[in-house]
Design a protein around this ligand. Structure first.
Ligand code: 13P
Length: 246
């Protein structure tokens, strides 16, 4: 049985003060939740402050990106060691916004996962197709390419997959539970065929998850949790998603 996991991805939202305000309001709302794993991924600048408030609570801290080198002349980049020292135990890698706006390829994603894992960070690997690719019936081919490229020469140890169809991100157009499960079972099938221990890997759905649709999505056998953008920015709404995932 895979324990549900709900992760917030705040993207480029919240200052340090806003992060602290959120966490102070959010923690009491989930204090009795032990049957869902919870992760919050604030921007880099808020990580240390968030870590101070989350330590000892069971809510884990993730970063939204990491670089694949350990240190050196890479202006503007952040290393795994810096994330660990800021209190992170996890990192989101390969989000479609990074692929789209910052030209991250599967090869770069693969290198980032390798360095993150080597340093002991857990990884949430994001994959997903565009609307055009779905309409051209290329969804499975795209997922296959992203999985082979991103996970090349890596084990599944410490890895969670997030299926995020690009057309569902920030659009209010959630994938139906059947569409989500179809993609998730394709992903699980791929993992079974190509890697060890695929059955214990959690596959999250991301794309317009809300308090209203989370239970329905979670009712599908291969949907193990959610990666939540917009609806994770308010403590009430994110807490309802966490409790709705049980
Ligand atoms: P929304 O929940 O805002 O659609 O964003 C999803 C997402 O990209 C999470 O990583």
């Amino acid at each position: 049985m895979r324990k549900p996991l709900i992760s917030a991805n705040w993207k480029m939202n919240k200052t340090i003060g806003e992060t602290e305000e959120f966490i102070r309001a959010f923690l009491p709302l989930v204090k009795d939740v032990t049957d869902v794993d919870i992760i919050i991924a604030p921007p880099f600048t808020s990580l240390s402050a968030a870590s101070g408030l989350l330590t000892g609570t069971g809510v884990k801290l993730a970063a939204q990106n990491v670089f694949y080198e350990e240190k050196g002349a890479f202006t503007g980049e952040i290393s795994p060691a810096m994330l660990l020292a800021s209190g992170c135990s996890c990192v989101i890698i390969g989000h479609s916004e990074r692929r789209q706006y910052f030209h991250e390829t599967d090869e770069v994603v693969n290198k980032k996962i390798g360095t993150a894992r080597k340093n002991g960070l857990e990884v949430i690997l994001c994959i997903g197709e565009s609307l055009k690719e779905r309409e051209e019936n290329r969804t499975f081919g795209v997922l296959d390419g992203q999985l082979s490229g991103s996970l090349k020469d890596l084990t599944l140890d410490g890895i969670t997959i997030a299926y995020e169809p690009i057309w569902a991100i920030g659009t209010g157009r959630t994938a139906t539970k059947e569409q989500a499960n179809e993609a998730h079972s394709f992903i699980r099938g791929w993992l079974r065929k190509n890697k060890e221990s695929a059955d214990s890997i959690r596959i999250l759905y991301g794309g317009s998850v809300t308090p209203e649709n989370v239970a329905s999505l979670m009712s599908e056998p291969d949907v193990d949790g959610g990666l939540v953008g917009g609806a994770s920015l308010k403590p009430d709404s994110f807490a309802k998603i966490v409790t709705g995932a049980r």
